[in-house]
Design a protein around this ligand. Structure first.
Ligand SMILES: [Zn+2]
Length: 343
């Protein structure tokens, strides 16, 4: 594919097992229309992983026939918890279990390895930025605001104001998973208040995440459906991953679980409505890839529980994060391009 303009940025989405990469040119066009993945080697520690990121960059440049000298900046995203400027938590992180990762400056190390400026975002913020730009387009995106909730292993969040990721004083803005939400009317009779890995009880992630299903929702709902097939499906971590497929098939236990998740996300959006009053509320994560009928059911339940004032309901909408697999790399590239354009 020919390159328009005089420069490009590369987006690198680093995950627990793979890196995905993309190239965005100075005219705002993506030169890759599919996944460009290679192994991330994250489990082998930072040294191997940084080499794997450099390799991922070289490969996507080769794939698009792009000269390395044209790369002005690299956008990088990883799972958290990582500081706003790309330093892995000193307490460690689920995806970065090798001890050498603790307190490691992944952004700085990649920048030093490549000799190209690297801009960092966490994966949820990168996906939120991509959803925002894909939805509004390059003209309107800088004038609009959005809030994203991405339901995966955890509940990732991103808050975009006038086209820019809100980072906060300590880089911890947009951690929507750990916002407390009201449990009244959400929990069923006798259902314990769910607990989150962060130490809070009754936050959004304690319900609207795969971890929430495994630790909180499934154990409770199996007491209500004692003969359910999932009670014989092995460890909770294995059984939790089967819930979505059952939901698609209309299983009542699975629908009870996803109904609670949708209500939790709707309540989270209701809180967001009173904070930043965004133009769009984005829902992302595994449910976006589910069977269309199930995805629509879930999205409608989220809408139902997103309580907007009349004026807000006329001005705002609830939408899906598009191209989920590519959202991280693409959002990272957009962030790098925006940073260059801002100078
Ligand atoms: Zn939490």
């Amino acid at each position: 594919m020919p390159i328009s303009g005089r420069w490009v940025v590369v987006g690198l989405d680093n995950g627990g097992t793979t890196n995905n990469a993309t190239v965005l040119d100075s005219a705002g066009r993506f030169l890759v229309d599919r996944l460009a993945e290679c192994p991330s080697c994250v489990r082998d520690g930072p040294e191997r992983a940084i080499e794997a990121m450099a390799d991922s960059l070289d490969r996507v440049l080769a794939l698009t026939g792009t000269d390395r000298a044209l790369v002005r900046a690299v956008g990088l995203d990883t799972p958290g918890p990582v500081s706003a400027d790309g330093v892995i938590s000193s307490l460690g992180a689920t995806n970065f279990s090798h001890p050498d990762w603790r307190g490691f400056d992944v952004r700085g190390a990649l920048e030093a390895r490549l000799g190209i400026p690297v801009l960092y975002n966490n994966d949820a913020n990168a996906a939120a930025l991509y959803a925002h730009y894909a939805h509004f387009g390059p003209e309107l995106a800088p004038q609009r605001s959005s809030v994203s909730a991405i339901v995966g292993t955890g509940l990732g969040g991103g808050v975009i104001e006038r086209g820019q990721v809100i980072r906060g004083a300590a880089g911890m803005a947009g951690e929507l998973g750990h916002v407390w939400i009201p449990m009244r009317g959400l929990l069923a009779e006798g259902q314990p208040v769910p607990e989150c890995n962060c130490g809070l009880a009754g936050d959004a992630e304690s319900i609207a995440s795969l971890t929430g299903i495994e630790k909180n929702l499934l154990p409770y709902w199996l007491t209500r459906y004692p003969d359910h097939e999932l009670s014989r499906a092995g460890p909770a971590a294995v059984a939790a991953k089967l819930v979505r497929g059952l939901g698609e098939a209309g299983d009542p236990l699975a629908l009870a679980i996803f109904g609670q998740q949708a209500m939790a996300v709707g309540r989270l959006f209701t809180i967001a409505a009173n904070f930043t009053d965004p133009d769009v509320y984005f829902l992302g994560g595994g449910v976006v890839e589910a069977a269309p009928q199930f995805c629509t059911w879930f999205l409608n339940r989220v809408r139902e529980h997103t309580l907007l004032r009349k004026e807000q309901a006329g001005a705002a909408s609830v939408a899906l994060v598009p191209d989920r697999d590519m959202a991280g790399a693409r959002g990272s590239a957009i962030a790098a391009r925006e940073a260059l354009q801002r100078g």
